[in-house]
Design a protein around this ligand. Structure first.
Ligand code: SAM
Length: 278
C-alpha cells in the first residue's frame, strides 16, 4: 500500500491510499498512472493530477454531456476535445447522435484507459459512431471543415499541452466549428482554488459568443468545492427548454447525478463565483 499525493494548491494536498498500482509509465507527453483505491476505486492520474476515478466520474461526465445534449434537443454530431479516458464518449453515445469525434493528444491514455478503466469507457471506443482522432485538439478545430452541434472540452487543467485549450484562438475555432444553435461546454476547474481558470475562459467566451456563463457541480476528487463548467452558444443555456422534463423522461437514460432539478440548480452561482464574472 502506498500513498498518492496531489498538490491542489500551495499548502494543500489530496492524499489517496493506493492499494495497488495497475499501470505506471511515461508516454511522449506525460506520466500516466492507474491505481486502485479503497475510497474512489480505480484512479487515472496524469503528471500526478487526478483525471478521473471510477467512483465519481459519473458526476463530471453526466454534467458535460446530458445537460448540453438535453438543452440542445437535436444534436447529431458531437466533438470531444481531450477525454482520452472515454468516460465522456461513453456518456454522449447514450443519446441518438450520429457521430462523436474524440480528439485526444496522447494515444497512451486511450490504450491504458481501455485496458484498466473499462468501467469508465465501456465499449465506447468500439461504437461504430465513434471517430477517434489522435492529435492536438487546438490544431483539429483550426483545420477541420466539419461542423458540430456540441463541442465538449474535456481537458486537464491549463498545464503543458493542455494550455492551448484555454486560449482565445482555440475558443474562436471552437465557435467556427459549431453549427447554428450549437453549444460549447468546457471543463473549467475549481473556482475556489483556481479563479483564473474561470476568469480567463469567461473573458474569451464573452468576447466571442452572444451568450456565455458557467454552471457547477461538486466532483469529490476535484477538491476545493464546486467544479465550474463553461458554456457558450447563441442560446441562453441558463434558461432550460420548457419541455426539459419530457425530454429527459423520454430518453429514459440511467442517470446517477443529472436530473431536471440539477439542470436548473447548476446555473445558480454563489456570490464568490458570480463576482468572478463581473
Ligand atoms: N476530467 C479530466 C479533468 O477534468 O481534468 C480530464 C480528463 S481527460 C483524461 C484529459 C485529456 O486531455 C488527457 O487524456 C490529455 O492527454 C488530453 N489533452 C491534453 N492536451 C490536449 C490537447 N492539446 N489536445 C487534445 N487532448 C489533449
Amino acid at each position: 500500500m502506498t500513498w498518492f499525493e496531489e498538490r491542489i494548491a500551495p499548502g494543500a494536498f489530496l492524499k489517496l491510499q493506493a492499494e495497488r498500482t495497475l499501470y505506471s509509465g511515461q508516454s511522449d507527453f506525460q506520466d500516466l498512472a492507474v491505481f486502485e483505491t479503497a475510497a474512489f476505486g480505480r484512479v487515472l492520474a496524469l503528471d500526478g493530477v487526478v483525471q478521473t476515478t471510477e467512483r465519481d466520474e459519473f458526476i463530471y461526465h453526466e454534467m458535460l454531456t446530458h445537460l448540453p445534449l438535453f438543452a440542445h434537443g437535436a444534436a447529431r454530431r458531437v466533438l470531444i476535445i481531450g477525454g482520452g479516458d472515454g468516460g465522456m464518449l461513453e456518456e454522449a453515445l447514450k443519446h441518438p447522435v450520429e457521430r462523436v469525434t474524440l480528439v485526444e493528444l496522447d494515444p497512451k491514455v486511450v490504450e491504458v484507459s481501455r485496458q484498466w478503466l473499462p468501467s469508465i469507457c465501456g465499449g465506447a471506443f468500439d461504437d461504430p459512431r465513434t471517430d477517434l482522432v489522435i492529435g492536438d485538439g487546438a490544431a483539429f478545430v483550426a483545420e477541420t471543415d466539419a461542423r458540430y452541434d456540441l463541442v465538449i472540452v474535456d481537458s486537464p487543467d491549463p498545464i503543458g499541452p493542455a494550455t492551448v485549450l484555454f486560449s482565445h484562438p482555440f475558443y474562436e475555432n471552437c465557435q467556427r466549428c459549431l453549427s447554428p444553435g450549437g453549444i460549447l461546454v468546457t471543463q473549467n476547474g475549481v473556482p475556489f482554488l483556481h479563479e483564473d481558470e474561470v476568469t480567463g475562459t469567461h473573458r474569451h467566451l464573452h468576447r466571442l459568443f452572444p451568450q456565455t456563463g458557467f454552471y457547477l457541480a461538486p466532483v469529490p476528487t476535484y477538491t476545493g468545492g464546486f467544479m465550474a463548467f463553461g458554456w457558450a452558444s447563441e442560446r441562453n443555456l441558463a434558461e432550460p427548454p420548457s419541455d426539459l422534463e419530457a425530454r429527459i423522461a423520454a430518453a429514459g437514460l440511467p442517470l446517477a447525478y443529472y436530473n431536471p432539478g440539477i439542470h436548473r440548480a447548476a446555473f445558480a452561482l454563489p456570490e464568490y463565483v458570480r463576482k468572478l464574472l463581473d
